[in-house]
Ligand binder design. Structure first.
Ligand code: FAQ
Length: 341
């Protein structure tokens, strides 16, 4: 169902209307490459009009579009709870949060567009099942505590992953991440606060929180991607300064930060092997079910089909809005031309 790579068409610059980036000829390619390497080595930023190797561009499009898709598909599990939020306050918070995730998708699609790939192409890849998005969104949200747990754990994991991306070598991705991380921090805290309230409530509420944590914990650890030994792209991504910290190191940082938060909350994390290792200065933990992870990544998780169908329907239902916006823009263009004549 999914492919392992995202191919950027050769005429992408022409299609997107971006000013063409200088293309390397065989004579100057080595010089351009040396310049690029020196910029990366000095921890400098690469900007859209700078020359960059094709593989760097493709890796960025692959990762940024995967990230953008995660943001907009990620709106769906929580969106299901907007009409069933337990109070007006929680409903307002949830609407604002889900809307923020849509905004994150927009910043990220825009960042990917600066690399010369069109938003239509990226969405087509998502809707046809060729593109990936975060595995975590292919599981159901069964009770209200799931919404709190998404904020606490899923947004918490997203922040852990995204803070180092604020220092990504590609300028537009790094700048988008600064804003995204500020908003994700509010998302994480609202989720944790909602759970704190439930944990002070009835036994039934405490049970709901524990149930949601039990179902989400392992899926959340898998958000950081395969272990370093199995990660296809990590080492090159780190050499290029796209990724700054490896999948396993980020996962460990997340576990170390989350265990004390679980203690304050009064929930048990469902891992019998989770214990402090004084020698390592980290928590030891059990193994993720990687077969289950790859099943989900490859389109066979519990909610993959439903999520994709909902997304495609939302896109199709919104066609009239896009058409109206284009018609309005055309009208304005013609009016401006008439006035200028
Ligand atoms: N799910 O070689 P690596 C949020 C794929 S939600 C699905 O390690 P890489 C907001 C990977 O794409 C989270 N696929 O790859 C929110 C690659 O496939 P490919 C959004 C996964 O790129 C919260 C293959 O496996 N954040 O923020 C997953 O070096 C609440 C090999 O993997 C991001 O998406 C996975 N978990 O590292 C919204 C972070 N893991 O391209 C609503 C941006 C791996 O070869 C509610 N992405 N794969 O076909 C990244 O940081 C990286 O791409 C990694 C993977 C860390 C995900």
């Amino acid at each position: 169902m999914y492919t392992q790579s995202f191919s950027v068409p050769d005429d992408a610059d022409a299609k997107s209307g971006l000013k063409a980036v200088p293309k390397a000829t065989s004579e100057n390619e080595a010089a351009l490459m040396a310049q690029f390497d020196a910029r990366i080595a000095a921890d400098g930023r690469i900007e859209p009009r700078d020359w960059m190797p094709d593989a760097y561009r493709k890796t960025l499009v692959r990762q940024i579009s995967q990230h953008a898709h995660s943001e907009i598909v990620g709106m769906l599990p929580e969106g299901n709870w907007i009409s069933r939020a337990p109070s007006l306050k929680r409903k307002c918070i949830l609407i604002a949060k889900v809307q923020d995730e849509g905004g994150h998708g927009l910043y990220l699609y825009s960042a990917a567009e600066t690399l010369g790939t069109s938003r239509d192409d990226m969405l087509e890849a998502l809707h046809s099942g060729r593109a990936k998005y975060s595995s975590i969104f292919n599981y159901p949200t069964l009770n209200w505590a799931d919404v709190g747990v998404i904020g606490w754990l899923v947004d918490g994991a997203a922040i852990m992953n995204q803070i180092p991306l604020c220092r990504c070598s590609y300028g537009p991705y790094a700048r988008a991440m600064v804003r995204v991380c500020k908003e994700e921090s509010f998302h994480q805290r609202q989720g944790y606060e909602a759970l704190l309230v439930m944990m002070k409530g009835s036994q039934a509420q405490r049970d709901m929180v524990q149930d949601a944590v039990n179902r989400t914990w392992w899926k959340c650890l898998a958000m950081f991607g395969p272990s370093d030994k199995d990660s296809l792209h990590s080492s090159q991504g780190m050499k290029w300064g796209i990724k700054r910290i490896s999948n396993d190191d980020l996962r460990q940082k997340f576990i170390d930060a989350t265990v004390p938060q679980a203690e304050v909350l009064g929930v048990t994390l469902p891992d019998p092997d989770l214990k402090w290792n004084a020698e390592r200065g980290h928590y030891d933990h059990g193994e993720i079910d990687w077969d289950e992870f790859w099943q989900t990544v490859n389109g066979n998780g519990p909610m993959n089909r439903e999520r994709l169908a909902t997304r495609v329907k939302a896109h199709d239902d919104g066609a009239w809005v896009r058409e109206a916006a284009l018609a309005h823009a055309e009208k304005q263009r013609q009016r401006a031309m008439k006035e200028a004549a």
